[in-house]
Design a binder for this molecule. Structure first.
Ligand code: NAP
Length: 260
């Protein structure tokens, strides 16, 4: 299937690592130009170099996305280089463990700033350009918004809000012909996941117990599987899909655990 990404420009936040890196690579492999926006210049450059080495088109903007001006600059720099935006992938985030008991009002607000505000800010600043191309937005959420996890109020609140904003923006942008969807991962092996599992008392046992509960094939989802659904949603092949929240999780969030 030709996804028709040739000549199109897509911003991927956190596009240098993990799920974001897989999305960046797939967009480039399909002929699109990728703008990676992330906080580490070194990681960004490494990811851009890898894409260019495999014949793709990519560039990067270094940005701590919790900062409003950095978000504005991501859009300004993209327009300066390419003159248009066909899609925005809001992906950057971290399960930062700001709990109800163990957190604080300040840490809670900071978690929202790092996990939620930039989803709004980038969509806001990109909007005139997305309207011009009838482009679209794909948000990366988390199953935590549906299931909770414990000890991660800021992250859970952010991901819950992202689901709500998916519907809200899809409605607001109907007249503009701009689609908005969200992809929900559950258990995906990435640098973030590795850090989280290693923060637990018995990481190897914990990983085995989680994997055993993933209904489809008893395995983790790959970043590439998240990327496949994300890039399909970015493409015109999903031209009548908007306001949807898609769980790419091997059935982890919803299926009956007693079925083997
Ligand atoms: P990852 O391996 O940590 O990659 C995320 C990338 O985004 C990193 O390069 C990170 O930089 C960057 N980043 C994060 N917050 C940023 C910020 N505020 N400003 C600039 N750059 C920022 O994470 P991942 O596992 O691929 O997660 C990607 C998305 O999937 C997140 O939204 C996460 O909530 C969601 N998700 C993942 C899983 C999973 O199982 N992995 C499950 C559910 C949801 P640093 O490395 O410098 O932090």
């Amino acid at each position: 299937m030709d996804l028709g990404l040739q000549g199109k420009v897509f911003i991927v936040t956190g596009g240098a690592k993990g799920i974001g890196e897989a999305i960046s690579k797939l967009i480039a492999a399909e002929g699109g130009s990728v703008v990676i926006a992330g906080r580490s210049e070194t990681d960004n450059n490494k990811a851009v170099d890898a894409i260019i080495a495999s014949g793709g088109k990519a560039t990067a903007v270094t940005a701590e996305l919790g900062n409003v001006d950095a978000c504005r600059n991501v859009i300004t720099a993209t327009i300066a280089k390419y003159g248009k935006i066909d899609g925005l992938v809001n992906n950057a985030g971290a399960n930062d463990g700001v709990g109800l008991e163990n957190g604080s009002p300040e840490k809670f607000m900071q978690s929202l700033q790092l996990n939620l505000s930039h989803y709004y800010n980038l969509a806001h600043f990109a909007l005139p350009y997305l309207k011009a191309t009838k482009g679209n937005i794909v948000n990366i959420g988390s199953k935590v918004a549906t299931t909770g996890q414990g000890n991660t109020s800021g992250y859970a609140a952010s991901k819950g809000a992202i689901n709500a904003l998916t519907r809200e923006w899809a409605v607001e942008l109907l007249p503009a012909g701009v689609r908005v969807n969200t992809v929900i991962p559950a258990e995906v092996w990435t640098p973030l996941y590795e850090t989280w599992i290693n923060s637990l008392p018995n990481p190897t046992e914990k990983l085995a117990s989680i994997t055993a509960k993933i209904p489809f094939e008893r395995r983790m989802t790959t970043s590439e599987e998240i990327a496949n659904t994300t890039v399909f949603l970015l493409s015109e092949r999903s031209s009548h899909t908007t306001g949807q929240i898609l769980y790419v999780d091997g059935g982890y969030t919803h299926l009956d655990r007693s079925i083997s």
